[in-house]
Design a protein around this ligand. Sequence first.
Ligand code: BEZ
Ligand code: FE
Length: 289
Amino acid sequence: MRDLTSDTITPAVISTVRGTKDPRLAEILESLVRHLHDFVRDVELTEEEWAAGVDFLTRTGLTCTPTRQEFILLSDVLGVTMLVDALSNRRSAKATQNSVLGPYFRQDRPQYADGADISGGLPGTPLFFEGRVVNGDGAPVPGAGVDVWHSDADGHYDMEVPGQEDPAMRALLRTDESGDFAFRSIRPASYPIPGDGPVGELMSATSRSLMRPAHVHLLIEAPGFQRVTTMLFPSDDLYLDTDPVFGVKQSLVETYETHEAGEGPCSGQTDEPYTLLRRTFVLEPLPAR
Ligand code: BEZ
Ligand code: FE
């Protein structure tokens, strides 16, 4: 392996991964080298551009902390997260589709009884959510774990709300014998993805909006079924077609109904107009082993 040229260096590098014991790792490395070298040749990457790329990736790593993952955000805005999801979770047309998990899920979420108010007392338009979890035949899935989390009326998650120490606008619920679950909270708003790091620079250099459409996140798990990591977007949101993380699917766009003050669902009385969101989630069985 001497005197390699821009034409001969690729097979030379690929030959060095041939000894990889794990065949899947060998396949991934070979393809990675091939695509990476083709990319460098394709754009005729200069030394300055190579250095800028190294600097960008270095700063992306340095921006990561235990509570911030700039590499996943980079994957999100480059569409890689949703691409991997699409390849890993091919579901039937009637099954509920996935979206991105995002960085705001918390393990330390409280468990709540059916119909509870999970807002933590934060201000906003009351939101009543009535959900049902079923299998592909429409039969209820009792005992499913349903995680929900969402932003407040200013687009902030609980950890971003000044003075908010305790978890709020998030809960772990469980479906009842009919596959139903319900909660009360406040209506979420659209919000920007973090723009103060290298991903923000990329977004600004490419004139892309940071704004995600408003949504309620849900993560549904039940034995024997594929986990569903999803979210529901209001049909009238301004940012549905420019989501920076490519998470919007038409099947996840819902009518957030507006109702006058009065008796809401979950026996909740409100003296102001409220939003009602109803949705059935269809789980796909785990593939047979
Ligand atoms: C979110 O929906 O919480 C989110 C997803 C991806 C990147 C940033 C935020
Ligand atoms: Fe979110």
